[in-house]
Design a protein around this ligand. Structure first.
Ligand SMILES: *Cc1c(COP(=O)(O)O)cnc(C)c1O
Length: 382
C-alpha cells in the first residue's frame, strides 16, 4: 500500500472492471461488510474489542470498523499508533508489542500518551518503566500451548507461567497497574483454546496475588475460508462461560484482527498469460497473496469478464504471481472455469487480513490501486 495509490469508489467489482478495465491488480474494500462485522463483534464479545491494526491498517478499514463501534486499537509500532491517531483522534491505542525500541517508547509515552504496554521479560519491564514511568498498565503476556491454530503466536513471545507471575509482582512493586494477556494463535480453529488459556492465566494471577485491571484474551478468531470453521458465537460463548467461572467481575479485552476484516476485502487480479493449466496473474506471494501461498488458507475465487462471471465447468489451475522468482506460485490449485483466458479477471475473496499490509514491492510489482465498494459482495464460485 502506498499513500499515492489511487483511491476510488465503485458500486461493485463488476463496476470496477467496466470503468477501469484494470490490467493492474486492484484491492477492493467493502466498508459496509466491515462495519457489519465490527458490530457483530462489539455486540457478541463479552468485553472490549480492540482491532489488531497490523492485520490491515488501511484508513478505509479503520474508519469502517470505527463506524461499526470499535474505539480501541491493538498497535505494535509508532507508525500504527500514528495512523490510528491521525484518523481517529478519540481512539484508545494499546502498545502491545512485547519488544519495543527506546525511541518508540519515548514517542508512545510523550507524544501519544499511551498508557497500556505489553511486556514478557523483566528487562523490557525495566526499560518501559524507565521511559514511560509508572502511571501505566503493564500487561504481562503469557505463552499459551500450540493448539489448533494455523499460526502459532507463542513461539516467539510470551512468558512461562512462573515468570509471568514474577513479572506481575515486579510491575506492581514499581507502582504500575497490571493486567494479563495472551494470544492463542491466528486462525485458531478450536474455541476451547481460549478456555485453556484463560485457565492458565487464572493460575498465573493466583500465584502472583496482585490486583489486575483486565484480562486481554488476544486475537485468533478465525475467518471462514473454505475450511470448516466453528461459528464466532461459539468463541464468544466459550469465553463468556470461562469468564463467569474463572474471572467473574474481571473486565475482558479481545484483539481480533483476521475475523474482523478478512471478509470485508478482496483482491482483483488479471490473467496475463495461460500456459495449459498454468495461469500467470498480476499479484502473488510478494504482494497481497503472501498469506495464501502455503495453502493453509483457501480463499474463495471467481473468474470474471466484462459481461459477468466466466461460466462453464471448473478445473484445477496452478496460479503464478508476477515476480521473476520461481517461488512466486500458490501451492493450492484453484478451481476455475476451463475456458479461462488471458484478460479474464480472478477475484480472490476473504483477503482483508494480512494482505495489503504485507506487500513487499519486490520486482516493482505492488497493488496500490485501492478502491471502496459501496454495497455487498457478489457470490464466489469456488
Ligand atoms: C496479530 C495479533 C493479533 C490479531 O490476531 P488475529 O489472529 O488476526 O486475530 C492480536 N493481538 C496480537 C498481540 C497480535 O500480535
Amino acid at each position: 500500500m502506498t499513500s499515492s495509490g489511487r483511491q476510488l469508489r465503485f458500486a461493485s467489482v463488476g463496476d470496477v472492471i467496466r470503468r477501469l478495465d484494470p490490467s493492474y491488480p486492484v484491492f477492493c474494500i467493502f466498508p459496509d461488510l466491515l462495519k457489519e462485522r465490527a458490530r457483530t463483534f462489539v455486540e457478541g464479545f463479552p468485553g472490549t474489542v480492540l482491532y489488531a491494526v497490523k492485520c490491515n491498517p488501511h484508513p478505509y478499514v479503520l474508519k469502517a470498523l470505527n463506524e461499526g463501534g470499535i474505539e480501541h486499537f491493538d498497535t505494535a509500532s509508532i507508525s500504527e499508533i500514528a495512523k490510528v491517531t491521525e484518523q481517529l483522534p478519540e481512539a484508545h491505542c494499546y502498545f502491545n508489542h512485547p519488544v519495543k525500541g527506546r525511541g518508540a517508547l519515548e514517542a508512545a509515552a510523550d507524544v501519544y500518551g499511551i498508557k497500556d504496554y505489553v511486556v514478557d521479560h523483566p528487562d523490557e519491564l525495566e526499560k518501559l518503566v524507565a521511559i514511560a514511568g509508572t502511571d501505566i498498565t503493564v500487561e504481562v503476556r503469557i505463552a499459551t500451548p500450540k493448539g489448533k491454530a494455523v499460526y502459532d503466536l507463542s513461539a516467539k513471545f510470551g512468558a512461562a507461567p512462573d515468570d509471568a507471575a514474577e513479572l506481575l509482582k515486579r510491575a506492581q512493586g514499581h507502582g504500575c497497574r497490571t493486567a494479563l494477556a495472551f494470544h492463542v494463535g491466528s486462525q485458531c480453529l478450536d474455541p476451547a483454546a481460549f478456555r485453556v488459556a484463560m485457565e492458565m492465566a487464572r493460575k498465573v494471577a493466583d500465584k502472583a496475588g496482585v490486583a489486575l485491571e483486565y484480562l486481554d484474551v488476544g486475537g485468533g478468531f478465525p475467518a471462514s475460508y473454505k475450511q470448516d470453521v466453528p461459528p464466532l458465537q461459539s468463541y464468544f460463548d466459550t469465553i463468556a462461560d470461562a469468564k463467569e467461572k474463572l474471572w467473574a467481575g474481571m473486565p475482558l479485552l479481545g484483539e481480533p484482527g483476521r475475523a474482523l476484516v478478512a471478509e470485508g476485502c478482496s483482491v482483483l487480479t488479471q490473467v496475463h498469460l495461460r500456459k495449459g493449466d498454468d495461469l500467470y496473474i498480476n499479484d502473488g506471494i510478494y504482494g497481497c497473496l503472501s498469506e495464501i501461498r502455503d495453502g493453509d488458507l483457501d480463499p474463495p475465487v471467481r473468474a470474471i469478464r466484462k459481461q459477468g462471471n466466466v461460466e462453464g465447468p471448473l478445473r484445477p489451475f496452478r496460479v503464478f504471481g508476477p515476480t521473476c522468482d520461481s517461488l512466486d506460485v500458490l501451492k493450492l490449485p484453484f478451481y476455475l472455469p476451463e475456458n479461462i483466458r488471458e484478460g479474464d479477471w480472478i477475484e480472490f475473496g476473504l483477503m482483508g487480513a494480512y494482505s495489503i499490509g504485507m506487500q513487499t514491492g519486490f520486482n516493482g510489482f505492488i497493488t496500490d490501486t485501492i478502491v471502496r465498494i459501496d454495497g455487498m459482495h457478489e457470490e464466489f464460485v469456488s
